[in-house]
Design a protein around this ligand. Structure first.
Ligand code: WQD
Length: 338
């Protein structure tokens, strides 16, 4: 079976490509290389000994996308990662996000709406905002998005749901990720450090390796066990395996509905200070940090209720927080040749 992975040279995409190849799928990657490097293609091959087909296609390029599907008429499934994903950037540049995350999704669907196609959509727990009840279930209300990025995930799910309603040959699953961290055990793929990291874990590893002076902890006055915010940090390889489980559910025609959503997290919440302590234990490095004010837009607490993904997809996370942070540290050292 041939599977298209859009954004397949990106952080999560590359880990999913490795898992797909290891499960025997033939993979075709499209990526415009705007937030990654072509070297990731060789790095994937160095892990699996299989070079995925690669086409430099920008999903915003309507004609380029149609040309791609004419060139590859035998795609059975699509895992769609190609999108912009920085919350802060989306506030300052909303049209970039609506073009790259919404227009592109419409063009993708227009190319496959009359084919038998299984689609896995990269969504996010951001759609819940601050959930009223923790852990978060898939039935938690979708709240007004707090950023254009979060809005594109909410709208993206609706676009796919509405399309699948009238195109019975289209089946889709949206995976609502919590906080992906870590890197493949080979340390040959991981989160490429492009610019100043917005996310906690890459900032931690870059501080520990000496690239950043000090980590700023955004607020310790939250109503949590130690005052810092709580998130559900999931190893990217666990997350990648969830994608393969979701895809096979669709390819094997086991889905109950044309459109389903699943929360993908460990089911455990960790505070920022707990992440720092776990990193120090996993790496043996003392971390230089200071407490500063809260970051605008942050929620207090978000971690997944994982009954649905475990009972229906038969998936659950395997790596511990410490193991995930240890893999992030090994990756950081390799990237810096240390
Ligand atoms: C985690 C915690 C920060 C940086 C976002 C998106 C989500 C997904 C993951 C794309 C928070 C604190 C962070 C720092 C800190 N993105 N923090 N100092 O905001 O939970 O989720 O990234 O798919 O959709 O919303 O992740 O890693 O930015 O923050 O104290 O330098 O770490 O305040 O509590 P977040 P994050």
């Amino acid at each position: 079976m041939k599977i298209l992975v859009t954004g397949g040279l990106g952080y999560i995409g590359s880990h999913v490509v490795v898992e797909l190849q290891e499960q025997g799928y033939e993979v075709v990657i499209i990526d415009n290389l705007s937030n990654t490097s072509i070297d990731v293609l060789d790095n994937i091959k160095s892990i699996t000994n299989i070079e995925p087909a690669f086409e430099n296609v920008d999903v915003r390029d309507k004609d380029g996308l149609s040309k791609f599907f004419n060139q590859y008429p035998d795609i059975s499934g699509i895992i769609h990662f190609a999108a912009s994903k920085a919350v802060g950037e989306s506030v300052n540049n909303p049209l970039l996000y609506y073009e790259n995350n919404i227009n592109a999704l419409v063009y993708l669907l227009q190319n496959v709406q009359d084919k038998e196609m299984s689609i896995i959509f990269s969504s996010s727990c951001t759609v819940y905002g601050q959930a009223d009840v923790l852990p978060v279930t898939e039935n938690a209300p979708i709240k007004p998005a707090e950023s254009p990025y979060g809005n594109t995930k909410q709208v993206g799910e609706e676009i796919i749901k509405d399309t699948c309603k009238v195109k019975p040959n289209l089946k889709a699953i949206a995976l609502r990720y919590f906080n992906p961290i870590g890197a493949h055990e080979s340390a040959k793929i991981g989160e490429l450090p492009l610019g100043v990291p917005q996310n906690l874990v890459p900032y931690i590893t870059q501080t520990a390796i000496g690239l950043r002076e000090q980590l700023s902890v955004y607020g310790d006055d939250y109503p949590t066990r130690d005052g810092t915010a709580i998130r559900d940090y999931i190893h990217v390889v666990d997350l990648a395996k969830a994608h393969v489980a979701a895809l096979s559910r669709l390819l094997e025609k086991k889905a109950d509905e044309n459109f389903e959503v699943f929360n993908v997290g460990t089911g455990t919440g960790s505070t920022v200070l707990e992440v720092i302590a776990a990193f120090e234990k996993a790496s043996g490095q003392k971390l230089n940090y200071k407490i500063v004010g809260r970051r605008a837009g942050d929620v207090v607490e978000a971690y997944a209720q994982t009954d649905k993904v475990r009972n229906i997809l038969g998936w659950e996370s395997k790596y511990s927080l410490e193991e995930a942070l240890g893999s992030s540290w090994v990756w950081e050292k390799r990237v810096r040749n240390k």
